[in-house]
Design a protein around this ligand. Structure first.
Ligand code: AMP
Ligand code: ZN
Ligand code: FE
Ligand code: FE
Length: 286
């Protein structure tokens, strides 16, 4: 059985529209799908509307990937199965939309200070129906010929610790976890190894996350080594966390993962999917 609890669409920085992602997931025989755009549920909502008109065998869950701050770092927390119309969730989403706008202006100011004039307008032109993020600035820098490709844009200007890595606008970990849990969703620490924390710091994060009401950890995110998955399985077992898994699909690429994760490969830990595997019906929160 294939599932996928971490995917992006054009509502944030993916390249497939919500309906294209649904079609791709159906063609890939995925049985459980969550759309988890950065700080917005617009992708999920558009996908749900589309899928309701032509329902198939797949179950679609609401999802989001919130940016937040913890101990000086930016983290991503995935929310699954929450009620997108819950007042706390709605106000959280509004907070994030405003934070993204203000952060985008600051990133642009910093790029302009380096001489890259027109960064804000240029990045906004790339956003389309999505929400402004660093990938849009990267696209603009590439298009302008300031850097050869996206990877270099992140390495030089936008990646961790670089001038465009603006994190001051994000809310604290505990706040975004509370938005998700108040709205009846499950909060998941996304790609825990991407933050490059020491083991001690990762354990400290897990403890704080659990204290805030978080209950799950992502043990598969895109392409990961067997060692990494095993390490995260041990952490999940040690801290009694549910496990989640997803491709973090953004686009068709020889480097990134394809949609879908094989459930059997995840072993016998208790998964977030157990909330949603039966009975099979479409679950739609508008
Ligand atoms: P933002 O939400 O604006 O902070 O942008 C984060 C997104 O940028 C991530 O979810 C990735 O899609 C993308 N990203 C982050 N680091 C890199 C990188 N080094 N190269 C390419 N894309 C990246
Ligand atoms: Zn992304
Ligand atoms: Fe992420
Ligand atoms: Fe993601």
């Amino acid at each position: 059985m294939l599932i996928d609890f971490h995917t992006h669409t054009t509502a944030s920085d993916g390249t497939l529209s919500p309906s294209e992602l649904i079609d791709r997931a159906l063609a890939s025989n995925i049985e459980l799908l969550a759309i988890t755009d950065h700080d917005t549920v617009a992708g999920y909502q558009a996908a749900a509307t589309y899928y309701n008109l032509n329902p198939g065998q797949m179950r679609l869950l609401s999802g989001v990937e919130f940016s937040c701050r913890w101990s000086g770092a930016t983290l991503h927390i995935v929310g699954l199965g929450m009620d997108c119309d819950h007042p706390t969730m709605k106000s959280g989403l509004r907070t994030m939309a405003l934070a993204r706008e203000a952060r985008g202006e600051k990133i642009a100011d910093r790029l302009e200070a380096l001489g890259y004039v027109g960064a804000l307008r240029g990045a906004l032109e790339k956003v389309g129906s999505g929400q402004l993020g660093r990938p849009h600035f990267a696209q603009w820098l590439v298009e302008q010929g300031h850097v050869a490709d996206t990877r270099r844009a992140f390495d030089r200007y936008l990646g961790r610790g670089k001038t465009g890595d603006v994190k001051t606008f994000w809310p604290d970990l505990a706040e975004v976890v509370s938005w998700i849990t108040n709205a009846g969703g499950v909060a998941v620490i996304a790609h825990p190894l991407q933050y490059r924390f020491t083991r001690t710091k990762l354990c400290r994060l897990i403890v704080d996350f659990k204290d805030s009401g978080g209950t799950a950890i992502e043990i598969v995110n895109g392409r990961q080594s067997g060692d990494q998955v095993a390490q995260l399985k041990r952490a999940a077992a040690q801290y009694n966390l549910l496990v989640s898994a997803g491709s973090d699909f953004h686009r068709e690429s020889p480097y990134g993962a394809q949609l879908g994760v094989e459930l059997r490969a995840l072993g016998d830990l208790q998964g977030v999917w157990e909330h949603w595997t039966a009975p099979k019906s479409i679950e739609v929160h508008s």
